[in-house]
Unconditional design. Sequence first.
Length: 623
Amino acid sequence: MKKINVFGVLCIGISMFGFAQEQKADSTKLEQLDEVVISDSRFALKRENSGKTVVKISRQDIERNQGRSISELINTKSGIEINGSRSVAGQNISSFVRGGNNRQVLVLIDGVQVNDPSLVNNEFDLRLMDLNTIESIEIIKGAASTLYGNAAATAVINITTKKVSKEKISGNFLSVVGTNQTQDNLNYNGASFTNNVSINGTLNKFTYLTSFGNQYVDGLSAAKSETPEKDPFSRYNLNFKLGYQFSKAFELSAYKSLDRFKTDIDGFPPPTFAFADTNDEFISEQKRVGVAPKFTYKNGSFQVNAAYTKINRETISAFSSINEADSYVIDAFNKYNFKNKFYTIIGINYGHYNSLFATEQSFTNTDPYFNVVYVSDYGFNLNAGGRLNNHSEYGSHFVYSLNPSYTISVGEGYTKVFGSYASSFVAPNLSQLFGFFGANPDLEPEENITVEGGLEFNTKKGLRVNALYFNRNEENTIIYTTAYENATTDATVHGLEAEVQVDLVDNLTFSANYTFTEVKDGVRLRIPKHKANASIGYDFCENTFASLNYQFVGERTDTNFSTFTNEDLSAFSLVDLHFSHKILKNKVKVFTNITNLFNEDYFEILGYTTRGRNVNLGLNLNL
């Protein structure tokens, strides 16, 4: 492949900066609209009526982070550490939220739980997703098993895919080319290529969307060594979505998607079993098909989200394995609004999960649940609910949540006090029970109790500050020694989260967050005790935007697989730059990103490569 000097092309993008400055910036300060959140209640309610600090990533946020991965974007939010997102493109991703791990984070795509029952932690692999296919993301931190079931112990990541245009036909094309280099090899050659094209529209009562995306990264070595070999990464995504509005009361949507990636990896070859450069490979593929009929009536609606997922994974190494899995998920629920005071939801969630190991193994869960939100006229709000988790292997477990809040009007804004007490249930997954490595069919389910409380102040004119304390107790924590087993002692994790967002002057916005996470008993690997993010963004005019982003990650502990001892990793700081400009009546946008501006050299995962200073250039065309 012919190499492209991206650094030279970058000068063209930067030259547009002068053109942008010549245009008159819009000095009209827009009043901040009442933000609406959905995931913590499944109703579209004002943020001031929510008892949670829901993290919302809007379509605008995604557009201002084009060229990044979904993991990199989520990793900038409070309480969250997506480990592996700063390493080579194919690096394993671990989602640590509030001191938890992958199996305690539940991912939803368009309202349906998605996971891989053949993976050790039963999680959804975020490497499969293309950020360009996403409309918005909401993240609920803390226990949310009442509304979302098994595994929703530390967070729910609710992903909504792109909406269909109201035009008869609309198209979007995105192309990004970038470098892929380490701290000691800054050659600025094109080595990372991302493309996405979609066509969608509305024809009377019929809606349609189809998209294709692909990414290829001419790899760095996963292992950090003196003689590294390349570990390339490639991915493609296909999505189809159809909808029909039969009447004002009834609509039906259906979708089909295929996500597949392949990456070279490094491993532990015999006879030394020491971590080294190897020619190992990992391939993962998920096919999903689903339907979502919805019937709307006065003050309420009845909806079904049903999906089937087929999973194929293969590891080619000294410890090769092939995994086949599938799942059926059906969530049927009725929502009713009593005079904008009581928002109720009653539903039943069914899941069947199957995976092939030495033999075919499966389990099912059938969970009836309810949730009620009360919004008063005098500031008091209450979100409460319960779910009876009926697991085919572990019987019935009742989980519940109680989430009161009180809002006081302050000028044109409000101050909100909120708290939460919630339980969650995390069943052992099929891989832990019957898998190829360390399986233990006698595992007990993990149970969590989470308590949190906090304050939020919002002026509605450009200032929002919130802070909270959380404490989570784990019983029967699933750990790995020579095999999977339940810990004999409880684990407690507590911490603080603080966020601020403020419009400093016209068109200049500053946001920051800080997280303190502490494990009271024991050690959790790769989780920083202190983490902070900050961003300052400026709209030079209606069409031109630039931002400067900062991330600090404190000391944490990791395992050295050469000696099998734990070591402390040093803290590090990263600075990124983003610039975008729209032309031709906003039909065309050009953008550039510079990541790790100061070429910080650090370990994210002990023994693995991290990316140095990198540059990408992008073009986004809307028709």
